[in-house]
Design a protein around this ligand. Sequence first.
Ligand code: CA
Length: 394
Amino acid sequence: MRQFTYVLLLASVCYGSTAWADCRNTQDFGTWLNNFKQEAIGTGLSAEVVNQALDGVTLDQSVIQRDRSQEVFAQTFLEFAGKKVSSYRLSNGQKQMQANAKLFQRIEQEYGVPAPMLTALWALETDLGAVTGDYPTLRSLATLAYDCRRPERFRPELIHALWLVQKGDQTPASMRGAWAGELGQLQFLPSGYNQQGVDFDGDGHRDLIRSKADALASAANLLRHHGWQAGQPWLVEVKVPREMDWSKARLDNRLPLSEWSAMGVTEADGDPLRPNGQAALLLPMGRNGPAFLAFANFDAIRQWNESTVYATTAAYLATRFAGAKPLYAGNAPVQKLSISQVRQLQSQLAARGLPVGKMDGIIGEDTRNAVRQAQQQLGLPADGYPDMVLLNKL
Ligand code: CA
C-alpha cells in the first residue's frame, strides 16, 4: 500500500478499536525526537543532514487531530466515480495528454505505461498537479512517527524523507505536501519516492513535487514495479447476462475471454467479446451494477491503492482518457447498505466462520469473498455484493 489518506477515506481502517484511537503518548516529543535522530543516524544518514532537517521541528497537533478524527465513509463505485470522473476532469486530462504528448511517449517507451493511465492517477491524486498540499512534510511525519497510533508505519517514512534530503532531491523547506506525508503531483509517500522515484527531466534531482516529468515517470516506474505489462489492457467495460454463475466473478479468477463469452458476457454495447488474453470479471456493485473485465494490469493499479473502489475508478477514468464511452450503469439500481448494516453483516459472517477482514463497515475484498460464500450456502446469487436479502437471511 502506497498511500495513507485515500485508504483512510475509502477502504480499510478500523476505528472500532477505541484503544487505538485513545492510546497515550508517554514520552515528550523533544526526548523522542532526540532518540529518533540517533536511530536515523544509525541507518547511515549523516548527522549533519539529520540535525539540519529535524532541529526545531515541533509537534503538529492539527495533524494528530486530523489523523484521529477521520470518519470512515464508504462510497460505492458509482458514487465515487460519479464525483471523480467529471466532464471537467475529462477535458482537462485530455488537454494535458495533448500538451505533454512527447513526454508521455518517452515515458511509455521507457516504462511501458501509457498516457491515459498516468493521467487518470494524476487527475485523481492532485487534479493534475493543482492540489499537492502545503503541510511541512518532516513536521507531519515526525508528528505521526511520534504519536502512539501508527508509529511503525510513519517512522520508516520519516527515515525515507531524510534520505531524500541527503540525496539532494529535496530540502527540508521544499518538502511540503499532504498532512500525512504524501508528496508531489502523484502523492508519493517518501518510501515510494525514495525507492521508485526517477529523475526524468535530467537535471540530476528527483523532484516529484515541481517536475511533471519526474513525477509522471516515477508513477510509471512504480506501476511497472507493481507488475504493469506494456501494451496490455487493464480494464474493459462489459455487459453481463441476467443469469450466470456469479461465483466466477472474483478478482483472483482470471479466465480466457472465450470462456466469459460462452457464459454470455459481451462488450458493453452488446457486441461479442474479442478474444484477447485472460481477465477477471469485476462487479464492483454486484450483478446488477456496472461490469468490467479486469486484466492482469488491474492488479498493479490495486497496489497503487488497495481500495477496490479507488482502483476501479482510476482504471475506468483511464479507459475514458483512452477513448472509451461513458459507462453503462448496470441492469438495475443497486441498493446501498449503510456502514452500520455492513458492520452487522460482517459480524454475522464472522460468526458463521467466514473471515471478513476488519469489521469496519467497508466492503473490501475479504468481505466480498465471505459474502460470496454465505450466498452460496444460502442458495442466493453468489456475486459477492451484500444486500438486504442476504442481511435478512443471516
Ligand atoms: Ca529532475
